[in-house]
Design a binder for this molecule. Structure first.
Ligand code: SAM
Length: 322
């Protein structure tokens, strides 16, 4: 059996018998006014962070959701995209598609605003998405791509890039590892399926996105997720996993490299009213400007006395340079 088959088998079990906190932390799901999340959907919350960022859902987008799970995030997306088939949810595991369908039917009973037909559930997988080229505005996945081995992650990301419209966005939430996970743990297919041993480091994860052509990547959250302890995982020192929420845009990569926003700001502290770096950035004295990591490094290098660059706070929500 390949690790992908092990994963499918694993999620067949998780579909038929909900397992609270199975692969990820069991934080309460995001709540919105008039949104009632059925209990069973909460029990089947198999994601780590969130892919729901309302500011990315303007203009009634079509959303392709990969790996539907119990349907929780499909329902949350539908809250913002209230039209027939605005959410296309794809999953290769028949039992999971069936569970999501049942859970969404239940949600329709509990939520007057929700029509079950807002979400279409299709058979398919991350490597072969059942939609046309450049046909969706948003692709989202939560806690699936971290399971993939590096070459499969590249395949999945290329497939996402194919189906996104120009300027479309990929919203992801995945565990990342604070140092490379030892090969023996990575080779454990069940741990991998549980989102515990396939995670890459932050740098590798971001580089995979850039390598397939995403020109702008924004980090929305980064926080502790699980600790692989020395006793249970036969490690010499504990290994912290974090969860990382990102939004990546299908825009061309600038000549000087992709823009990765991690919440840094640049602040001009000189004597003029503002500083023009002659590269498209105007910094008003004393007023923090959100900058991507590339611009942050350039400004710090070019104006070491006059510009203060603040650290990544791992929460960037738009409005910056580039
Ligand atoms: C960790 S669960 C996450 C479920 C959901 N995103 C959530 O946040 O609750 C992974 C999901 O991906 C599905 N899956 C497994 N292999 C897949 C593949 N190759 N392509 C797409 N989905 C897959 C599983 O059936 C399961 O629904």
């Amino acid at each position: 059996m390949s690790y992908l088959e092990t994963t499918a088998e694993f999620y067949t079990e998780a579909a038929t018998k909900p397992q609270v906190g199975l692969c990820c932390i069991s934080t309460p799901p995001l709540q919105y006014p008039d949104l009632k999340i059925p209990e069973i959907m909460q029990q089947m919350n198999y994601g780590c962070g969130t892919t729901i960022h309302p500011t990315e859902l303007r203009n009634n987008p079509t959303v392709l959701y990969i790996g539907v799970g119990g349907g929780l995030e499909a329902l949350q997306f539908a809250y913002f995209c209230r039209r027939q088939r605005s959410i296309i949810a794809v999953d290769p595991v028949a039992a999971m598609r069936e569970a999501a369908d049942q859970n969404l039917k239940l949600a329709a009973k509990e939520n007057a605003w929700f029509d079950r037909n807002f979400v279409e559930i299709l058979e398919g997988d991350a490597f072969n998405l059942p939609v046309a080229d450049a046909s969706v505005d948003v692709v989202a996945q939560n806690c699936l791509f971290n399971i993939f081995e590096p070459q499969d992650l590249t395949r999945a990301l290329k497939e996402v890039y194919r189906v996104l419209k120009p300027k479309g966005r990929l919203i992801m939430s995945d565990p990342i590892a604070t140092r490379p996970i030892p090969a023996n743990l990575q080779a454990d297919e069940r741990l991998r399926a549980m989102c515990l041993s396939g995670a890459m480091t932050y740098a590798d994860y971001i580089q995979h996105l850039i390598d397939v052509g995403f020109g702008q990547i924004e980090v929305r959250a980064r926080r502790p997720y699980r600790l692989l302890d020395t006793h249970s995982f036969e490690l010499e020192t504990p290994l912290l996993l974090e969860s990382l929420d990102t939004v990546s845009f299908k825009v061309p990569i600038p000549n000087d490299g992709a823009c990765v926003f991690t919440g840094k700001t640049a602040i001009y502290s000189g004597i003029e009213e503002y500083l023009d770096d002659h590269a498209g950035h105007n910094l008003q004295r004393g007023n923090p400007l959100s900058v991507c990591d590339k611009t942050a490094a350039k400004l710090a290098h070019k104006f070491p006395q006059e510009v203060i660059v603040t650290d990544s706070n791992w929460h960037y929500n738009g409005g910056g340079c580039c």
